[in-house]
Design a protein around this ligand. Structure first.
Ligand SMILES: Cc1ncc(COP(=O)(O)O)c(C=O)c1O
Length: 390
């Protein structure tokens, strides 16, 4: 567990490091990759061992007998999140973007509206549009440097043609851990407008001290008949390339529709993903996550202190996730100018705010899950690039 170790990921087919020059024009040799949400750390030793054991055996046939895997998922949800899950509620998808896409197909028709709280994780809008549904953007309100829902405004936006709500809890970007009251508000909103609620809780293990993530079924047990839960090992343990996710559906009718889409598309698990996820949901995995959170908390403080010292820049205080969301509005600069300074002068590859939907226009998202020395270097480069404001 040496999070300070600098591991060179260049030349390893890493989208984050090997595509930043092509996509953002940030030089591969001198740039810092702070975009895509994966971490520059090795996973827990137990995960590494699971892969090594498979490689040592050297047989890569079809996966079967998922009892240990389902037990591991149930153990993790019960011990880390206080949520009891039945084995037959669990579906294994090729990740959670795949899970969200399957929900869109299972619970909506082309032309239906799918509600998002924006700005929000960009892939949701991408899959909604690609499947011929409509994105309905309900904008979050920034109050005291934190995002809040605005249910009255959102009620007024509904036309009766919306069928699904995709919630991101904790929220990416902005790092909110929604309170019990806010989650209750989302559940009531879905009831009022008769929406199926997909609660994407992929960031639920990455919650900083002082904040308490509540799984949606515990916040609103009365909406299990319209709830689909999504969780995963991939963000928590940095194994996104395993492309594996848990879609957990307590209601039998929703389950049947989802199973139908899985069947129609011929989706079945990848054995590497299952073995890695089983190993991750363990005592070893739990200790690793606890250590990771302490480390990320240090990165978050260093980044926020350095960035917020630059007049005009404001990094939202993260309650969860390692995705810092920085507002450039008060620099008074056009987007092209602050982007030019971050990408060309500081040579940092970041996610662009507008891809997250309404409200993201003046923001950039920085991934701070990298060795601390690199976070410090990024902060210094930003301070130099915006020197004239100081
Ligand atoms: C909210 C959210 N959902 C899903 C994903 C991606 O999930 P997967 O890699 O399992 O498709 C991300 C990645 O950052 C995310 O932030």
């Amino acid at each position: 567990m040496n999070f300070d170790e600098i591991i060179d990921r260049r030349g390893t087919h890493s989208v984050k490091w090997d595509m930043m020059e092509k996509i953002y024009g940030v030089p591969a040799d001198s740039g810092i990759a702070m975009w895509v949400a994966d971490m520059d750390f090795r996973p827990p030793a137990a995960v590494q061992k699971a892969v090594e054991d498979m490689a040592a055996h050297g047989i890569y046939g079809y996966f079967g007998d998922d009892r240990a895997y389902l037990d591991a998922i149930r153990w993790w949800m019960a011990t880390r999140h206080g949520w009891e899950v039945e084995p037959d509620w669990i579906f294994t998808t090729a990740g959670l973007v795949n899970g969200a896409a399957l929900c869109i197909e299972a619970y909506t028709k082309p032309g239906d509206g799918v509600v998002l709280m924006t700005p929000v994780y960009h892939a949701f809008a991408r899959v909604i549009k690609a499947s011929g549904r409509r994105v309905v953007e309900c904008e979050l309100v920034g109050e005291g440097g934190r995002y809040k829902p605005d249910f009255d405004a959102w009620d007024a936006q509904m036309t009766g043609e919306e069928r699904l709500f995709i919630l991101c809890s904790p929220h990416n970007p902005g790092g909110r851990v929604w309170t019990a009251e806010e989650l209750r508000g989302v559940a009531d909103f879905c009831k009022r407008h008769d929406l199926v609620l997909v609660s994407d809780e992929i960031h639920h293990d990455l919650v900083f001290p002082g904040h308490n993530h509540i799984p949606m079924p515990l916040a609103a047990p009365d909406i299990l008949d319209r709830l689909v839960m999504m969780t995963a090992t991939t963000k928590t343990f940095n194994i996104a390339g395993a492309h594996i996710g848990n879609v957990i559906i307590p209601d039998p009718t929703l389950r049947k529709a989802f199973a139908g889409r899985m069947m129609a598309l011929g989706i079945s698990p990848n054995s590497f993903g299952v073995m890695m996820a089983t190993a991750a949901y363990s005592d070893d995995g739990a200790q690793w996550v606890d250590a990771l959170l302490t480390y990320l908390d240090g990165n978050r403080r260093l980044f926020d202190e350095g960035v917020n010292a630059i007049p005009g820049l404001a990094s939202m205080r993260l309650e969860a996730t390692y995705l810092a969301w920085v507002d450039f509005a008060r620099t008074g600069m056009e987007r092209e100018e602050f982007l030019d300074r971050v990408e060309k002068q500081a040579q940092i590859a970041v996610n662009h705010g507008p891809t997250f939907g309404k409200g993201g226009e003046n923001f950039l998202r920085f991934n701070i899950a990298t060795p601390r020395a690199r976070v410090a270097e990024a902060v210094e480069r930003l301070q130099r690039a915006f020197r004239d404001l100081q």
